[in-house]
Design a protein around this ligand. Structure first.
Ligand SMILES: Nc1ncnc2c1ncn2[C@@H]1O[C@H](COP(=O)(O)OP(=O)(O)OP(=O)(O)O)[C@@H](O)[C@H]1O
Ligand SMILES: [Mg+2]
Length: 258
């Protein structure tokens, strides 16, 4: 049976969207059947790299009970992937839809969780997907908590920023422990001086494992060429030999073994 992998963070802008899109593409290029979902209804982003190409329905519609999940999925297998299958489910980026999602109450969010869980069942069991990748919004809004509750593996992306590290510690201890999810930390945008020193890296890993009680899955450097790409294409596809691609490849292998 397939798995769900959710990317989450305490603060915004840590690298969730970049990593979720690239991880999904790497799984697909390994021959897997993958669906990448934008669960960040407050700031949808995946439509920038993957166009909706006239699809009438969004994930919002599925969660609102307006349509079946199959109507939301856009199949990009032919265009973008050589071996596996690659589908996406986008969130509606219109201002009206964002405002509507922000006004949802607790009762609606509980129903949305139920729909997310039945989506999980129909895609992993009924349609034989190998991986569903959740790209979530930062922090502790209901939609992110729903994503964490429904996932199998949670990857928490943090930067070196002290408030991000501290917030991540609190969030994982208070929330993730409650749900008992397999969790890994991705420390992103790490300065090159740390990455190039074995001692510094070891110190950082040790410190994190003591304070956060969680393994650092990977330390990811800050790459100027990723910034230059500005999220308009899938970086690992265009740059197969880049160190970032090698790191994402290692993350994919670790998740396959989780
Ligand atoms: N390792 C990195 N090196 C350089 N730039 C990076 C790296 N990781 C992410 N970025 C850049 O940082 C910005 C934020 O990344 P991204 O949009 O993936 O974050 P996010 O966590 O999804 O943000 P949000 O919380 O707003 O959804 C993007 O411009 C992205 O290209
Ligand atoms: Mg994002």
């Amino acid at each position: 049976m397939g798995k769900i992998v959710a990317f989450h963070s305490y603060k915004g802008g840590t690298g969730k969207t970049l990593m979720s899109a690239n991880l999904a593409m790497i799984f697909a290029s390994r021959g897997r059947k993958v669906c990448l979902f934008d669960l960040d209804f407050r700031a949808p982003s995946l439509q920038t790299a993957f166009k909706n190409d006239g699809n009438e329905y969004w994930l919002n519609d599925y969660l609102n009970g307006v349509c079946d999940v199959k109507k939301v999925l856009v199949d990009l297998s032919q265009k973008d992937v050589r071996k596996g299958e690659f589908l996406i489910g986008l969130a509606n980026p219109s201002t009206e839809a964002i405002r509507e999602m922000m006004a949802k109450d607790r009762k609606w969010e509980m129903k949305a969780l139920g729909r997310l869980l039945s989506l999980k069942d129909s895609l992993l069991n009924g349609m034989d997907f190998d991986y569903l990748i959740w790209d979530t919004g930062p922090g502790l809004h209901y939609s992110s908590i729903n994503a964490i509750v429904s996932t199998d593996v949670a990857l928490v992306v943090t930067t070196m920023d002290a408030s991000d590290i501290e917030g991540t510690r609190r969030m994982t201890h208070e929330l993730y422990d409650l749900f008992e999810k397999k969790t890994g930390i991705l420390l992103n945008k790490v300065p090159v001086e740390i990455i190039s020193s074995k001692t510094e890296k070891r110190k950082l890993r040790k410190h994190f494992e003591t304070t956060h009680d969680l393994p650092i899955l990977e330390l990811v450097p800050c790459f100027c060429d990723i910034l230059r790409a500005s999220g308009t294409y899938i970086f690992t596809e265009e740059n197969p030999e880049h160190p970032f691609t090698k790191i994402m490849d290692r993350i994919a292998t670790k998740i396959e073994r989780f």
